[in-house]
Design a protein around this ligand. Structure first.
Ligand code: DLL
Length: 424
């Protein structure tokens, strides 16, 4: 197996040494947030817990949870744990709920981010001098800058295209021999479609690093065969410090390695807040162990996943593996008494030959009754009846299916919006 390490010693460290390091870092970080931030101190005090109570890793369960609401009430900077003179950069997301999440960074935090991201590049197979093309936007969204900081640390040749202008992206990828393409999942698909329209090729492209959106197996296969590359599912979020902080899958493609020296991960029952058994799905809850400006403590991410393995991987890495994110605790849709998730619609649609990759789930209320309609791009041979039949077989009820020519449904710059609400 191609095993390429950026920080081999820590990426392959024994589980014991990783756990020891986690405990030391957990003690340090709880002391840091408690002593430097009033809001954190209040959260700890209200729970009757003091950093000195952390004597073993399991004691993390004594700590209070944080969530998006804590970020909302602390906007813009009340959760910051260092003096402004130490800050270097900030990023922000407004997320699907509209809650602004601000993440300030010290220079040390940027270096930590860059290390996590550089590990991901190397894990995909990057080597010094490779061209990496960075297609997420450069701005408040963490995607562009995170991939940039990491590529700098990894010694790659950066083509920082940012978002949009797909034909030019393709031309630049040809001219500068892009070997690694990075982006949000839906943009990988867009590049693939435009490449086909242009009847062009990207002969130097070998690896695609995509994330920020659910990356279903069917979408992965589509991009891999369309672009002739191997793809990787990269994970991270504004609250943990951005793209790549929470890891990526390796060439074994058997789970996302979460960088455990920097993050402590729990998988919790979303209702009781108690840990679920390894292998069971639950809400990922993250504690940042090494960040300084704004470490999160037991942050309820809302993302659903499960532990795949705590054992050493065939790639040599020892860091825990989680399954690709399957959804969010709050994205379940209910129509006529049937519960379903947007990813199930995607999986069903992708089974139909000729179906494109852009679709919309329209939740509409007609005469007070909730209904759903699926709009999907497809080749002319695909009919609405075919779509309705597959959806009925997989979802157990019959949404109306409408087919549109490839390229005709609206696309968003950045993360794709799949679910739309309409009231008649
Ligand atoms: O989306 C970070 C990122 C940028 C990751 C580029 C990968 C590539 P936020 O805008 O704060 O940050 O959104 C974070 O996006 O809680 C998940 O719900 C979702 N998400 C991120 N990566 C994945 C992934 C960036 N690989 C939120 N699979 C997270 C599924 C993902 N969902």
């Amino acid at each position: 197996m191609n095993s390429n390490f950026f920080q081999k010693e820590i990426e392959t460290a024994s589980l014991d040494s990783i756990h020891n390091l986690q405990l030391t870092n957990l003690q340090k970080i709880t002391t840091h947030v408690y002593n430097s931030n009033q809001l954190y101190k209040k959260l700890f005090d209200d729970k009757g817990v003091n950093p000195k109570d952390i004597k073993k890793l399991e004691d993390i369960e004594k700590l209070p949870f944080t969530n998006k609401e804590v970020f909302r009430i602390s906007y813009p900077m009340q959760l910051c744990c260092v003096d402004k003179s130490q800050l270097a950069e900030m990023h922000m997301s407004s997320g699907s709920t509209g809650t602004p999440v601000v993440m300030p960074y010290t220079l040390g935090d940027i270096a930590q981010w860059a290390d996590c991201m550089a590990r991901c590049y190397y894990m995909a197979g990057a080597q010094k001098g490779d061209t990496v093309q960075i297609t997420p936007s450069f701005g408040l969204f963490n995607g562009g800058f995170g991939m940039y900081h990491g590529a700098r640390a990894a010694g790659l040749f950066i083509v920082p295209t940012g978002a949009g202008n797909t034909q030019r992206q393709i031309k630049l990828a040809q001219d500068f021999k892009t070997r690694i393409l990075t982006g949000v999942v839906s943009y990988g698909i867009r590049i693939m479609e435009v490449l086909a329209e242009m009847k062009a090729q990207l002969p130097d492209l070998k690896y695609g690093i995509f994330g920020a959106e659910i990356f279903t197996e069917s979408m992965k296969k589509k991009i891999e065969s369309g672009l002739g590359i191997e793809t990787f599912d990269i994970y991270g979020m504004t609250e943990t410090g951005g793209v790549g902080t929470l890891g990526m899958d390796c060439h074994a493609h058997n789970g996302i390695h979460v960088w455990q020296d920097h993050y402590y991960i729990e998988v919790l029952d979303k209702l009781t807040g108690k840990p679920v058994k390894d292998g069971d799905f639950g809400e990922l809850t993250i504690t940042s162990l090494t960040r300084q400006a704004l470490p999160v403590i037991r942050f309820r991410t809302g993302d659903l996943s499960r532990i795949v393995s705590r054992e050493k991987c065939t790639c040599g890495r020892t860091h825990i593996r989680i399954a690709p994110i399957t959804g969010r605790v709050d994205d379940m849709l209910i129509v006529k008494g049937v519960n379903f998730f947007p990813r199930q619609v995607e999986q069903a649609l992708m089974q139909i030959p000729g179906v494109g990759s852009n679709y919309q789930i329209i939740m509409e209320e007609i005469d007070g009754v909730q209904d759903v309609r699926i709009n999907v791009e497809a080749e002319p041979n695909v009919t609405g009846y075919m779509v309705e039949k597959v959806l009925k077989e997989t979802l157990g009820f019959s949404p109306k299916g409408d087919v549109f020519p490839i390229g005709s449904l609206p696309r968003q710059e950045g993360k794709a919006q799949r679910v739309f609400y309409k009231k008649e």
